[in-house]
Design a protein around this ligand. Structure first.
Ligand code: MN
Ligand code: MN
Length: 453
């Protein structure tokens, strides 16, 4: 089986170096907010300026726009007009996790716990009995925001959702996997020392004292907080040959990073290059920071009005003349579970970026289905530029499926296709990807931004 590794048989360094950058990014980006701020940090270093701070635009300008710290767009202005269309990369930067409820804190028999509501599609049983971290923001009535990040520094304490010991699991082991850990039972252990001379909920009182002292927050402040329990720890190399990366949140910050690196490389492109990183994909792309938000459209309107006189027709033309790669992860073949795939149409580690003509489930339902005319043009530029790609479906017909943001922008009447890195254990606490696929995806995105006309 020919793999992309053969391209690098003389020198693995470009692949390995690129993935060191990715490991830092993914370790620092465990929430959509952290991914947004990390993206802007790297973009600013590469000369990007706030779109809303400039009066006019010209070829070569590098711009970003931040939507509520959870959704970000990047542009490198091309030689063509904005209404002639953009080459767009779109990824989502939210990942499955456990969100704290608005009233999360409670004490039960001398233990304090945090009550959660899971976000996105998870197998609950994967999220128990391992070190977890708490990331997010607490917004106070005085207008200030407290950033929370507990559990990722080695000196930090961690939190944990407990699991039942095997010794007492006779009943639990008879349950269906979906019922083994109930959604409502995903409560995280947060403390156990009682406050002296306190009768009612003394452990909770002590935890509240610590929150007040170390973070300046009170119990009521949880009402206006967005706190996410995520797996603790850093991204790691996987395999004796260090060929893979294991990390929390590959889906889909792995494609966001490859897309980001691609647009940071752009200088004076013909078509304007764009990257949009959205939130809320895992719960249906809804809301102000999602792919369905008009944020990205507003950015394009802003670009048109800074290049020429704006009218609605130019905005519609810009959309119709645009092309997009929805850069989202695909499911990689797993030798432990070969039965879920149809081998001719499956993504394999090491075979490059995985192109999905369609996603969806039950007869392609809910999917964008890319036009073959568009795929033919992409094949040509990938082949001409020595980018290794494979084509795949998520799994066997009727085995399941998945969705991405591709249909949202396709509804604006532009050509969109899904293409990204194949991963194993998608939506588990730690997901796995091949380093060479990450690198080939970056090359594919860069080639698309530069060469697609
Ligand atoms: Mn995804
Ligand atoms: Mn997902």
């Amino acid at each position: 089986m020919k793999t992309a590794w053969e391209k690098y048989s003389k020198d693995l360094k470009p692949v390995m170096d690129f993935c060191e950058g990715y490991k830092t990014f993914i370790t620092n980006s465990k929430t959509e907010r952290e991914a947004t701020l990390e993206t802007i940090k790297l973009a600013k270093k590469a000369g990007f300026k706030d779109l809303y701070s400039v009066k006019s635009i010209k070829t070569g300008d590098r711009l970003y726009a931040n939507n509520r710290d959870k959704n970000v767009a990047l542009f490198v202005i091309g030689k063509d007009r904005i209404e002639d269309g953009l080459n767009i990369l779109g990824a989502h930067i939210d990942s499955p996790r456990l969100d704290l409820k608005q009233h999360p804190l409670y004490e039960d028999n001398g233990l304090v716990l945090l009550d959660t509501h899971y976000y996105g599609g998870i197998k609950n049983y994967q999220w128990v009995a391992q070190p977890m971290a708490l990331h997010g923001v607490v917004c106070k009535k005085d207008g200030t925001t407290v950033n929370i990040k507990i559990g990722d520094d080695e000196k930090d304490p961690v939190i944990e959702i407990s699991d039942l010991l095997i010794h007492l699991s006779r009943d639990q082991m008879q349950k269906k996997a979906v019922d083994v850990i109930e959604g409502e039972d995903l409560n995280a252990l947060f403390g156990s020392i009682p406050k002296a001379k306190t009768k009612e909920n003394p452990v909770k009182a002590n935890i509240l004292d610590i929150l007040k002292k170390e973070y300046g927050i009170e119990e009521d402040d949880f009402i206006s907080a967005e706190l996410e329990i995520v797996p603790a720890g850093k991204a790691r190399d996987l395999g004796l040959d260090r060929s893979m990366v294991m990390a929390y949140g590959h889906d889909d910050r792995i494609c966001a990073y490859a897309s980001l690196m691609a647009i940071l490389d752009m200088k004076n492109p013909t078509k304007t290059s764009a990257c949009v990183f959205v939130d809320k994909e895992e719960i249906g792309s809804v809301g102000s920071t999602s792919a369905h938000s008009t944020f990205f459209e507003n950015c394009i309107a802003e670009l048109i009005s800074k290049q020429t006189t704006f009218n609605d027709h130019k905005l519609r033309r810009a959309y119709e003349n645009s092309h997009m790669i929805s850069s989202d992860v695909s499911a990689a073949f797993d030798p432990n579970y070969p039965q879920v795939n149809e081998p001719k149409n499956t993504a394999y580690f090491g075979k490059g970026i995985s192109i999905n003509k369609f996603v969806g489930s039950r007869g392609k339902s809910g999917s964008n289905d890319a036009s073959p005319e568009y795929i033919a043009k992409l094949r040509k530029i990938f082949d001409d530029n020595n980018v290794m790609f494979q084509t795949a479906e998520i799994g066997r017909v009727n085995q399941g499926g998945g969705g991405t943001i591709s249909y949202v922008l396709a509804n604006k009447n532009m050509d969109v296709i899904d293409a990204g890195v194949a991963v194993q254990n998608m939506h588990a606490c730690y997901e796995t990807a091949s380093k060479v696929d990450i690198y080939e995806s970056y090359l594919a995105y860069r080639t698309f931004l530069k060469e697609y006309k």
